[in-house]
Design a protein around this ligand. Structure first.
Ligand code: SF4
Length: 426
């Protein structure tokens, strides 16, 4: 039984076209079927540098991004979109701040969705112009409030008053109230124009504020929600902050599309976003699932490098959710690797490889990566041909006494077949 809450039913928006494909966000209301939670990211380079931008978008698409957003601060960026969009294979979102004309130009250029920030595009007539342009082309709009831009900056007195309130004990409550009020006011403009094709986001750099904001918003609006922690820092901290907030919300059934936000290569945002969804069972895995030990003083090969190499190699070569275990020794390795389709146990500068419980190789350390890949590819072909099934046979290994008279136990495992070692099927 799942401990996750059922996903919240929302309206559904669709973005894309025949060429790049269509992505649905949210669903469950008005006769729609809920779409899988999608993974978004954003390019880090200048959009007007067309070739570099196309290359970055294609790299992000290859990593598994469902939607890619690009910044369009200047007209040369929206001009570039006309050449970029025909060269990519993923729906593109134009991220618009301050200049509503960039949104109109992006729509003309063939973009698939617009993001508007109520904190810096506030003129009602300008918002209506953007709404009408998107309506004419069936394009959705994300209304994204951010903690950093939600406070009025132009009116200094007001700014001071607001900041004063933010630093009171009730900082979070006050901030949430501003976010929700801004959203309500802004969305009224959309509703007056009979425009419901809206996705909402309410990001903060504080994961607790993010959890509170989206929990509250999910009760008040039926639009799909784009989750994110903004300015979360480099991958090392950004991952923890993002996963804390997004994982909590997704487990509670809240969230329809996500973006992890790192000061790093955006490929990491996509990889980690997908891993988060796989871990919660919200997306089907389409590549190898890696199990690896954390290493310890019993290690006898360079397992940290090996695991990194295995991860990169399998990511580009394996297209089925094969469970692959890379274990540093046989002390805990066999138990932890239980259920893996393919497993390698290292020791004594060698690796023993198992495929669904059968020992298939015993190779020196420098050949482990290559041999493991060969076995994974062979196994993948067997699965594709229908001769074996993923997860069909269970690896069940009882190691010989690893710390007693047998020492590491490696000799027994690597040597005589069957001595102190059970590799079974179930
Ligand atoms: Fe240490 Fe072996 Fe466990 Fe890896 S599998 S952490 S090497 S005991």
């Amino acid at each position: 039984m799942s401990i996750l809450n059922p996903r919240r039913a929302t309206r559904q928006v669709t973005l894309g076209d025949q060429r790049v494909g269509f992505i649905k966000i949210g669903g469950g209301l008005y006769g729609t079927t809920p779409a899988p939670v999608s993974v978004q990211t954003m390019t880090t380079g200048y959009t007007y540098e067309i070739d570099k931008c196309v290359a970055e978008i294609n790299r992000l698409t290859a990593a598994g991004a469902d939607v890619v957003r690009v910044a369009v601060p200047e007209k040369k960026d929206t001009d570039a979109l006309k050449e970029i969009i025909p060269q990519v294979r993923v729906p593109i979102v134009a991220d618009v701040h301050f200049h509503f004309k960039r949104a109109l130009e992006a729509v003309e250029a063939g973009v698939h969705k617009i993001r508007l920030n109520p904190g810096n595009i506030q003129d009602r007539d300008q918002v209506i112009e953007v709404i009408n342009a998107c309506k004419a082309r069936n394009l959705p709009i994300r209304v994204g409030v951010n903690e950093g831009s939600i406070i009025e900056r132009r009116d200094k007195q007001k700014r001071l008053k607001e900041l004063g309130a933010m630093f009171s004990d009730n900082k979070r409550g006050y901030l949430l109230a501003i976010m929700i009020t801004k959203l309500e006011e802004y969305l009224d403009i959309f509703y007056e124009q009979d425009f419901q094709d809206v996705v909402i986001s309410a990001k903060s750099m504080d994961p607790v504020v993010v959890i509170q904001a989206y929990s509250e918003i999910s009760k008040r609006f039926d639009h799909p929600l784009h989750l994110g922690v903004t300015h979360a820092g480099p991958k090392e901290t950004g991952c923890i902050r993002s996963v804390t907030a997004l994982g909590t919300l997704l487990a509670a059934g809240v969230g329809d599309t996500i973006r992890l936000s790192y000061t790093s290569d955006s490929v990491y945002e996509v990889e980690d976003g997908l891993e988060l969804l796989h871990s919660l069972g919200l997306r089907e895995r389409k590549s190898a699932e890696l199990i690896a030990c954390p290493t310890c003083g019993r290690i006898q090969v360079d397992l940290i490098s090996l695991v990194q190499d295995v991860r990169k190699t399998l990511a580009s070569k394996i297209e089925l959710p094969i469970k692959v275990a890379v274990m540093g020794c046989i002390v805990n390795g066999p138990g932890e690797a239980e259920g893996a389709d393919v497993a390698v146990f290292a020791g004594d500068r060698r690796g023993i490889i198992y495929v669904q419980g059968e020992k298939v190789a015993n190779v020196p350390e420098e050949e482990i990566l290559e041999k493991l890949l060969v076995e994974c590819l062979k196994f993948q072909e067997e699965v594709k041909a229908g001769r074996v099934k993923l997860g069909d046979k269970k690896v069940e290994i009882i190691p010989p006494d690893p710390i007693g008279e047998l020492g590491s136990g490696w000799e027994k495992m690597a040597g005589q077949k069957g001595v102190g070692l059970t590799v079974g099927q179930s």
